[in-house]
Design a protein around this ligand. Structure first.
Ligand SMILES: Nc1ncnc2c1ncn2[C@@H]1O[C@H](COP(=O)(O)OP(=O)(O)OP(=O)(O)O)[C@@H](O)[C@H]1O
Length: 388
C-alpha cells in the first residue's frame, strides 16, 4: 500500500504478551487524522496495553505501529509526537499550575517568553485563568484534570492518548469535561485514542468505537453501528442488550424462521443463520408490554413472548418490569421490559418485540460470527435506530 493511502495512525498485526500470557492478538486498526476513537471493553481485555503500545511504552512481540506513514514501532515515546493523559492527574505537586502546563515545553527547551505565551493560551482555553500560581493540592479534582489536559495539549501533540482520564471525577464534572475534551480535540484537529470502560462516554465522545474482547477486536464502527448492529452476542450484551433467550429455528429463503416455543410465537428475521439454536438479545426499552390476550401481530416479523410480571420498579422516566416467561413460576427466563405505566405484579402479559429491536445470533457454543469492521461489513441485518 502507498504510504499516503495508509491511515494516519496504523496498527498492523500488533501482538503483545506479558511473559507467556498473550494480551493482544494480531490487532489491525487504522485511525484517520483528526479522528476520535474510543477503546471500549471489559476490565483486563487489553485496552491500556494497546494504548501503551501506541504510546511506545511497550514494544510489541509482532506487528507494527506507524504514524503518517512512518514506522514508529521502535521509537521511544518522546519521539512519537503523542501526549498521554492518565486517570491519576500525575501533576508535579511542587510546581504551580503554570509550571505544570509548561513542563513539556521546558523539556523541549523553549524560551521563557514562548512558554508563558503558550501557558496563557492553554489556561484561557481550559478556563484556568486566575489559578496559574496555585499548587495542585489547592485545586479541585476537575481543575487538576484540566491542568493535566492542558499539559498534554501545550506541546501540540499530533496524537492525544487518554487512559480513563475522567473516571476519578464526580458525575457532573465528568459530563462537562467529556464535552470540553471533545470540543478541543475537534478544534485543534488532534487524533485521539480514548480508553474507557464507560459505554456512554465512548458513545458521546467518539467518532468510532473499537470493542475489545480478550485481546482481539470484537467490532469497530460508529457509535450508532455498534449499538444498533452488534456483530456478535458479546458486543450486543456489552452494548446493553442484556435480555437473553435461547430459541431455535431454521434457515429459510428470506432469512431465519424462529420456531414457536413454550413462551414465544414464531417469527421471521432477516439474518442468515444455520438451522438450530439461536441466542436472542434485546434491551429493556425494546419491548412493549401488552395484555396477555393481545392478538399476535400480523407482520410475521414481530417476536411475541408470553409471561407474567414478577416485579416492578421505577428507575426514572419509565417503569421497569421483570417478566418471567411462560405460565408457571419456574418456566422460563426472566427478562426486563420497560413501559410508560406500571403493570401490577402477577399480571399475565405479552411482550412484543418489533423487527429490528432484537438481535439474533448462533447459540453460544455454535461458531461465532467473524469479527468485523462494521463500516465495511456486509451483514444483512438492517437494524435501524430504536430508542425508547
Ligand atoms: N505489567 C504487566 N505484567 C503482567 N500482566 C499484565 C501487566 N499489565 C497488564 N497485565 C495483564 O494484561 C491483561 C490486560 O491488561 P490491561 O491493563 O491492558 O487491561 P484493561 O483492558 O486496560 O483493563 P482495565 O479496564 O481493568 O484497566 C490483564 O489480564 C492484566 O492483568
Amino acid at each position: 500500500m502507498d504510504a499516503s493511502e495508509r491511515p494516519f495512525l496504523d496498527l498492523t498485526g500488533v501482538t503483545v504478551s506479558y511473559g507467556s500470557t498473550r494480551v493482544l492478538e494480531g490487532i489491525d486498526l487504522g485511525i484517520g487524522k483528526g479522528e476520535f476513537v474510543a477503546l471500549l471493553g471489559a476490565s483486563g481485555c487489553g485496552k491500556t496495553t494497546l494504548l501503551r503500545t501506541i504510546a511506545g511504552f511497550i514494544v510489541p512481540d509482532a506487528g507494527t505501529v506507524s504514524v503518517g506513514g512512518h514506522d514508529v514501532t521502535r521509537l521511544p515515546p518522546d519521539r512519537r509526537g503523542m501526549a498521554l493523559m492518565f486517570q491519576s492527574y500525575a501533576l508535579w505537586p511542587h510546581m504551580t499550575v503554570a509550571q505544570n502546563i509548561g513542563y513539556g515545553l521546558k523539556l523541549r527547551r523553549q524560551s521563557r517568553a514562548d512558554i508563558a505565551r503558550r501557558v496563557g493560551e492553554i489556561a484561557a482555553m481550559l478556563g484556568l485563568q486566575g489559578l496559574e500560581a496555585r499548587k495542585p493540592a489547592s485545586l479541585s479534582g476537575g481543575q487538576r484534570q484540566r491542568v493535566a489536559l492542558g499539559r498534554s495539549l501545550a506541546v501540540d501533540p499530533e496524537i492525544l492518548l487518554l487512559d480513563e482520564p475522567l473516571s476519578n471525577l464526580d458525575a457532573r464534572i465528568r459530563l462537562s469535561l467529556r464535552h470540553e475534551i471533545r470540543t478541543l480535540q475537534q478544534r485543534m484537529g488532534i487524533t485521539a485514542v480514548h480508553v474507557t470502560h464507560d459505554r456512554e462516554e465512548a458513545m458521546v465522545m467518539a467518532d468510532s468505537i473499537v470493542i475489545l474482547d480478550k485481546g482481539r477486536i470484537a467490532q469497530r464502527g460508529t457509535p450508532e453501528e455498534v449499538y444498533n448492529r452488534p456483530a456478535s452476542a458479546f458486543v450486543a450484551a456489552f452494548m446493553g442488550a442484556e435480555n437473553v433467550l435461547t430459541l431455535s429455528g431454521s434457515a429459510s429463503g428470506e432469512g431465519f424462521a424462529i420456531a414457536p416455543g413454550p413462551f414465544n410465537a414464531g417469527c421471521l428475521v432477516p439474518d442468515l443463520l444455520p438451522t438450530g439454536g439461536v441466542e436472542v438479545r434485546f434491551r429493556a426499552e425494546a419491548g412493549t408490554l401488552g395484555p396477555a390476550d393481545a392478538p399476535p401481530p400480523e407482520d410475521g416479523r414481530t417476536l411475541r413472548l408470553a409471561g407474567h410480571v414478577v416485579s416492578t420498579s421505577y428507575p426514572g422516566g419509565i417503569w421497569r418490569h421483570a417478566v418471567r416467561l411462560g405460565e408457571g413460576a419456574a418456566d422460563g427466563a426472566t427478562v426486563l421490559v420497560d413501559a410508560p405505566h406500571p403493570v401490577a405484579q402477577g399480571q399475565a402479559v405479552s411482550v412484543l418485540l418489533p423487527p429490528d429491536t432484537f438481535f439474533v445470533f448462533p447459540a453460544a457454543g455454535d461458531a461465532p460470527p467473524p469479527a468485523s469492521d462494521s463500516r465495511s461489513g456486509d451483514r444483512r441485518r438492517r437494524l435501524e435506530v430504536q430508542q425508547a
